[in-house]
Design a binder for this molecule. Structure first.
Ligand SMILES: C=C(O[C@@H]1C=C(C(=O)O)C=C[C@H]1O)C(=O)O
Ligand SMILES: NC(=O)CC[C@H](N)C(=O)O
Length: 643
């Protein structure tokens, strides 16, 4: 494509916008190694994603680039520190291309002096935050993984636009593996970055998400097969990626009729870091703004379960995020639109590895995924590693390699992903995962429970969307209702009620959510009508049946275990901090049959007249035997075995 591009128009447009400084927006995009797109147009700030103006006054589709701030999560009722950052749209009026090579020639290279540079939160304090999140959040059942950020800040005295153009050029020539390298300058606000991560795209009805997690900071001299192998063998890094894939599959299952199929894992090799990633793909006819709303925002930059991650972030971060962890969303009119199809395609990278310039102040926010076995200083180091791509480009830190020619082509050693041993190691990860999510799925339904209806009660963990997708594959007519909306009539009308998982302490006496879930579970048990209780709801059911609840010594947040479920060995994914607990060896109580760990007494499953329950998440990618066990437990709940 590069050969066909004449850069003259693009360079003229760039020069005109550069001379106009802040009067007109200037957008530069280099997508996945492609040419540099120069865009400008009119700026419109809107309140909600649904207000993004995809059609002009006459109803004709128009191209829009939107900067979506993190605070937009309020649209879904989630908590945040609110800085009022606008949902800013550039309605594209003009666009042109410049080849990369010509862009490097046209863009400035100058020294941009920084003063007062450093992280707002010192290393030791960030390490303390990591410890607190592990103990007070993961350790109290609030979730499996959380991303807490810190900001690198500095002041500049030179022209902001010229500084940003210089940095964009540096990122273009120095960073590898970026999904988008971009500069978005509107009046009073500039963002310039190289993001590795596509959040969501929708092209011709195909929706793709790209969770990236697991970060290998290259040693001095670069990555080698040996050092990379050590990283790939790390349990923490492997499980971290599985957890975010689960969370993104919840989003995929909410927007795609066919759930989502995962492919990967693959490596994302950048200049100073290598990440691991999966790609999730499904089909959807939803408006791309609705897709964005349902997927707002990635667990790789927030945590899971995502709604509670917003609350946890608000507790541990000291100030608002601005655009960090939001997205840049490009809505492009489609050439052919059939009836009922959306008018636009969507391409939306996550706003990470990005520098923001406002009033002469530079801010580079960066975070790390904190999990139960995070090492606080390891996470500190990871934030340095992630910031380094941008900080190196803006001259805030020295580059690792001594005196490289900034115009030299990026390192031309073959990607390590091509090493057969590395490829083999990556591929072997999938042997642990559920075939259900690895194989293409139709939405056709002919399962064993056809003709029966299910109400799935959502207790603020959207694992319910994956569960519902599986229930439909088993033939059930299933729908999700949130805990605070579901009515007694809806519950009573359902052939089976599935009470869902959720964050928090199941013993909590002050939570309206726990209270309501207790009511729902108790009523169904009293009625002796079919109930399947999952994770949090399993704990609530156990408690109701007189079984003791306690925190585990080591949370099972994002852990795969091989357990016995009523005589069947099953490989299942767990996301719990609390557990129901019986005397080891117990197989029944007066009211239920019990499947528990023979050594610890941790209860994995319960069944009795009209009910079955499970501590693990049969819907998780970590549940290799999820579908089979789900079918078994639903059958148990529908046709209770004689106790
Ligand atoms: C949170 C950031 O990056 C995310 C977190 C990652 C991780 O914890 O391994 C990897 C890639 C990104 O999804 C960031 O760059 O600020
Ligand atoms: N996923 C869940 O439902 C978790 C239940 C509960 N919050 C725990 O941590 O044990």
């Amino acid at each position: 494509m590069t050969d066909d591009v004449s850069s003259a128009t693009g360079i003229a447009l760039l020069e005109r916008l550069r001379a106009a400084a802040s009067d007109q927006p200037l957008v530069l995009l280099a997508r996945e190694g492609g040419d540099v797109e120069v865009l400008t147009g009119a700026v419109v700030d809107v309140d909600a994603l649904a207000d993004i103006p995809l059609l002009d006054a006459s109803g004709t589709p128009q191209e829009v680039l939107a900067l979506v701030p993190y605070r937009q999560v309020r649209e879904r009722g989630f908590e945040c520190h609110d800085d009022g950052a606008p949902l800013r749209c550039v309605v594209v009026g003009e666009r042109a291309l410049i080849t990369r090579e010509d862009a490097l020639g046209a863009l400035p290279t100058r020294e941009i002096a920084l003063t007062g540079a450093g992280f707002d939160i010192p290393d030791a304090e960030y390490a303390d935050i990591v410890r607190r999140v592990i103990a007070d959040e993961i350790g109290r059942g609030e979730g499996a993984n959380f991303v807490i950020r810190r900001d690198f800040t500095a002041r500049i005295d030179s022209s902001e636009l010229e500084a940003a153009l210089t940095w964009f050029r540096a990122l273009l020539s120095q960073e590898r593996g970026a999904y988008w390298t971009f500069l978005i300058a509107t009046d009073g606000h500039i963002a310039v970055g190289a993001s590795p991560e596509a959040h969501v795209s929708a092209r011709d009805g195909v929706v793709t998400m790209n969770p990236i997690s697991g970060t290998f900071r290259h040693p001095v001299g670069g990555a080698t097969a040996e050092t990379l192998t050590e990283f790939l063998e790390s349990t923490k890094e492997t499980e971290e990626l599985f957890m975010v894939v689960d969370e993104e599959l919840k989003m995929m299952s909410a927007v795609c009729s066919d759930g989502g199929r995962i492919t990967g894992p693959r490596l994302k090799e950048m200049s100073r870091l290598t990440h691991t990633e999966y790609v999730l793909e499904g089909h959807s006819t939803l408006d791309p703004r609705a897709i964005l709303r349902e997927t707002m925002f990635a667990p790789t930059v927030t945590g899971s379960p995502m709604q509670n991650a917003c609350t946890v972030i608000t507790r541990h971060e000291r100030g608002p995020r601005g655009y960090y962890s939001g997205v840049a969303a490009l809505f492009t009119p489609r050439e052919h639109v059939a009836d009922g199809e959306s008018t636009h395609d969507l391409d939306a990278p996550i706003l990470i590895r990005t520098a923001y310039l406002v009033d002469g102040t530079l801010r580079v926010p960066v975070g790390a995924t904190l999990v139960r076995h995070s090492d606080p200083m390891g996470e500190v180091s990871e934030t340095h590693g992630k910031a380094a791509g941008v900080l190196g480009a803006i001259g805030a830190i020295a580059r690792d390699e001594p005196a490289v020619d900034p115009d030299a082509p990026a390192l031309d050693r073959p990607p390590l992903a091509e090493d057969p041993a590395i490829a083999q190691l990556l591929a072997s990860r999938n042997a642990r995962l559920a075939a259900f999510w690895l194989e293409p799925q139709g939405s056709g339904v002919e399962g064993p429970f056809i003709g029966l209806s299910a109400v799935v009660v959502d207790a603020e963990d959207r694992f319910t969307t994956m569960l519902t997708h599986q229930l439909r594959h088993l033939g059930l007519d299933a729908r999700i209702v949130p805990w605070n909306e579901v009515t007694e009539e809806q519950l009573d009308a359902a052939d089976i009620v599935v009470a869902g998982p959720g964050p928090g302490d199941p013993r909590d006496a002050n939570s309206a959510r726990m209270e309501r879930m207790r009511e729902i579970v108790a009523r169904r048990v009293e009625q002796r009508r079919p109930l399947l209780a999952v994770c949090l709801s399993h704990q609530i059911l156990a408690h109701l049946l007189g079984i003791e609840l306690a925190p585990l010594a080591h949370p099972h947040q994002g852990l795969q275990l091989e357990v016995d479920v009523f005589g069947q060995k099953a490989s299942i994914g767990f996301y719990n901090t609390f557990t129901a607990h019986v005397e080891p060896g117990t197989t029944s109580t007066s009211r239920a049959s019990v499947s528990a760990d023979t050594r610890s007494g941790d209860v994995y499953a319960l069944r009795g007249p009209g009910f079955a329950s499970v501590q693990g998440h049969l819907e998780s990618i970590l549940s290799r035997d999820g579908m089979r066990t789900l079918q078994q437990l639903i059958a148990d709940a529908l046709h209770p075995a004689e106790a």
